[in-house]
Design a protein around this ligand. Sequence first.
Ligand code: FAD
Ligand code: DHB
Length: 387
Amino acid sequence: MTDTRVVVVGAGPAGMLLSHLLDAAGIDNVVLERQSQAHVLGRIRAGVLEWGTVETLRAAGLGDRMDAEGHVHDTINIAWRGEEVLGINTHDLVGTRMMAYGQTRIQEDLFAAASDRGAEVIFEADDVALHDLDSDGPCVTYGGGERITCDFVAGCDGFHGVSRVSIPYGIRTEYEKVYPFGWLGILSETPPLSNLLYANHERGFALCSMRNPMLSRYYVQAPITDTVDDWSDDRFWTELFARLPVSQSEHIVTGPSIEKSLAPLRSYVCEPMRWGRLLLAGDAAHIVPPTGAKGLNLAVSDVRYLARAIATHYAGDDTYLDRYSSMALRRVWGSVRFSWWMTNLLHRFPDQTEFDQRAQEQELAYLASSVHAQRAMAEQYVGLPYE
Ligand code: FAD
Ligand code: DHB
């Protein structure tokens, strides 16, 4: 039997950043991860960081490689009606830029920092179960009878983890919207477009994103019933080009995909994010469709509040701990609403009527014609302020 102050369940970005911040504050913690380290590092996910995320990583001493290899950019392009392209320059509109730096790199940086400080991260921990969360002495069991007692359990175990479902039904409320399509994404070792490009097209949504000067990430909206085997590289490139204005696609360099995946789109929030000694952070508590590039940023945002709440608890003040759920949820709902809005603005829905279609076109036309609308979009895209 081991004893620690905080058991962190999940070694994704939320769990590893929390462990890093707790160690920096001198608070003992153990991370339990169901998968191997190689598996966690192999997942290709988010790519765009809000400036608040960049600053949080820098303040934690995790910014060196991001600053050296990440790509700072200030414009997102939005294409629609096949040819029009609207540039949203977030720096001109709201004074803030973004950083392209993949989640895979952040995950590598977090594991390297954990190894440097000798953090206790247990991989391939099977059958993690949480106990006595509504008492002052919770504990976590795993594997063949291992047991850790602690003061707090941080549930950072993603959407399919055990933490959220440990909150009894009568206490947790769930809000959910499932979208009737997915995103088929590829990585290719080719130079990306110089700016992010989101496209609304009658054949469906498309997105051109980046990881580094020789690594591009592209997505097309696809039926959720498809599989990656339905999408040869040729079919993917043909479909992507069909959805983009020629003024943009003529700059795209194609090549073999080195990764291909199909992700479902969902909006989901669990309230509250705290129950007794259990505190949820990241995808364990909420999911956003990737359209607003918010999932990873929200995980960092929760952890920022959570690390402060735990550190001030040990300094004798529970104000932030008691307010953790409500503070985190304010930013969560801001991003959930924005991601839902961007998803509605840019996708073709299978049951879209002529009316819906015209309303969507009008919204894009309004965005193109109004600097106020552009500023509102830019303000939310780069991330609302922290409390
Ligand atoms: P996760 O990264 O999911 O980490 C949770 C960890 O907990 C995992 O390592 C998991 O193995 C572990 N775990 C789960 N259950 C247990 C258990 N029982 N015991 C122990 N450990 C457990 N966001 C964007 O902004 N842009 C994108 O393009 C984008 N693409 C995505 C594609 C996919 C397929 C997915 C799933 C997500 C994507 N996201 C994207 C969202 C973004 O990656 C997540 O919001 C981010 O990973 C959240 O971090 P997290 O640490 O909260 O959760
Ligand atoms: C990615 C970029 C985005 O802007 C977005 O909305 C979703 C995903 C990416 O690079 O993976």
